[in-house]
Design a protein around this ligand. Structure first.
Ligand code: FCB
Length: 467
């Protein structure tokens, strides 16, 4: 019997503004922290930038037509904040909003449900210059921006996501510095985490006030699946500590209105958390309509044995600075088994664990897999076709566990493949290909890979075929 998904299950793909749009200086858009960062020598592989990216800004209709041809039912994209509100303050710029209005109209015309992410890491540079996420005011600025976008698009976009992977914004952006803005202060990373939480809460309230009540608001977390290397109490404690820093630091306040019990003590050498003000947790703890989970791989940790740990094994790039404040006592190890072209271990069981964890942690809250996918070394064959059997296997195995998790009680409403097409993979530049559609970076021509055809068939039938 093939696995069958419910007929209203959302079959989506995901992208983000800086990774695909290009047109960085058009229509009044100003630089975001990713423009500045990618233009700073040494920050991205090969000095790659998003200046042109895959030129989606100019090829939007073609890209939506491709999604329609593949029979997709939802599209998760993000809005470039500095395209809509160039200084991060004040009124919206109509030229910037126009692009997203046209995109949404195009999607709706073709029966594709838009899922709009407000923040996928591209803070307007002016706001970074004013302090960035470690500054409290950035949360207020974000709520104001959310209200502007909500007022402009809330009549047509029903699915909203406040933040994408705030862990990366806070800890890779301000801790290890491998992401923009490239700062390396453990205290700033925790301040950023708190202000991102506050931004999420305040934006959720602002969106509710600006939009029709039927609209759904979610957040997308890159919840880590942290596995201890053994059942030794010291290894269990290491896993608990990383789990709090990876997951609890966000879902604690967002879902339960409290930071994890041991987090303040764990990070006492870094900060006293005086930046948490009275009332903040109440502001952050807003009712949500869905929880978005982005899943790629698992982490394997133990109590520190520095000689045996692999500093690169946490999968988040190389830096002399750790993205884990106060966790010098923890070592990361490469999980066993096959890996993708990112070096990330392939482990579908992690997605199963994650879906069941949040089914328990947030009973009654619908779940969405807002990102899942694999980077492969894709190359066109002599006939121009791109065959990516490894990606198909990855997708199949992960979707099979989504189905199993649903049978076990997880209320999963949809799945968004990362990504529609190859694009700017942050500090890895264009070297890592995650797309279901191949992009020739010379001509920017798009060619659906075999995985795109495979996924289209799945979207059409709802049945998961054998590979
Ligand atoms: C996620 C990001 C997304 C993409 C994938 C591979 O962490 O949200 O933009 O880079 O990883």
């Amino acid at each position: 019997m093939p696995d069958r998904f419910p007929s209203d299950f959302l079959w989506g793909v995901a992208t983000s503004a800086y990774q695909i749009e290009g047109a960085v200086a058009e229509g009044g858009r100003t630089p975001s922290i990713w423009d500045t960062f990618s233009h700073t020598p040494g920050r991205t592989a090969g000095g790659d930038t998003g200046d042109v990216a895959v030129d989606h800004f100019h090829r939007m209709r073609e890209d939506v037509a491709l999604m329609a041809e593949l029979g997709l039912t939802s599209y998760r994209f993000s809005v470039s904040w500095s395209r809509v509100q160039p200084t991060g303050r004040g009124p919206a710029v109509q030229l910037g909003l126009d692009f997203y209005q046209r995109l949404v109209d195009e999607l709706l015309d073709r029966g594709i449900a838009p899922a709009l992410t407000l923040y996928h890491w591209d803070l307007p540079q002016e706001l970074e210059d004013a302090g960035g996420w470690p500054a409290r005011d950035t949360a207020c600025r974000f709520a104001e921006y959310a209200a502007l976008v909500g007022a402009a698009l809330g009549d047509r976009v029903e699915r909203w996501i406040t933040l994408n992977e705030p862990w990366c914004s806070a800890f890779l952006g301000y801790g290890s510095g491998v992401h923009a803005p490239g700062r390396t202060s453990p205290e700033a990373s925790l301040q950023a985490a708190h202000h991102l939480n506050l931004a999420h809460g305040q934006a959720t309230s602002a969106l509710r006030a600006a939009m029709p009540a039927r609209n759904q608001i979610a957040v997308s977390l890159n919840s880590a699946v942290v596995r201890p290397r053994s059942q030794d109490p010291a290894d269990l404690e290491a896993a608990r500590r990383i789990d709090d820093l990876a997951n609890g630091v966000f879902h604690g306040p967002m879902l339960h209105g409290a930071y994890p019990e041991h987090l303040f003590a764990d990070t006492a050498s870094v900060t006293d958390w005086a930046f948490v003000h009275d009332g903040d947790l109440r502001a952050i703890h807003q009712p949500l309509d869905a929880l978005g989970l982005n899943y790629y791989t698992t982490s394997l940790v133990s109590a520190a044995e520095p000689d045996r740990a692999d500093s690169r094994a946490d999968g988040h790039g190389t830096s002399a600075h750790s993205p884990w404040p106060g966790a010098a006592s923890v070592a990361f190890h490469q999980p066993p088994g096959e890996r993708t072209a990112m070096g990330w271990a392939i482990d579908p069981s992690g997605l199963y664990d994650l879906l069941l964890r949040y089914t328990k942690e947030a009973p009654g809250l619908p779940l969405l897999v807002t990102e899942n996918g694999a980077a492969c070394d894709d190359r066109p064959g002599p006939d121009g076709a791109v065959h990516d059997p490894d990606r198909i296997r990855y997708l199949r195995d992960h979707l099979a566990v989504v189905r199993r998790a649903m049978e076990a009680g997880a209320d999963v409403r949809g799945y968004y493949l990362w990504s529609l097409m190859d694009n700017f993979e942050w500090s890895y530049g264009y070297g890592k290909r995650f797309g279901a559609v191949y992009v020739d970076y010379e001509t920017l021509a798009r060619t659906p890979k075999s995985s795109a055809r495979w996924y289209a068939e799945l979207a059409r039938t709802g049945e998961l075929p054998e590979v």
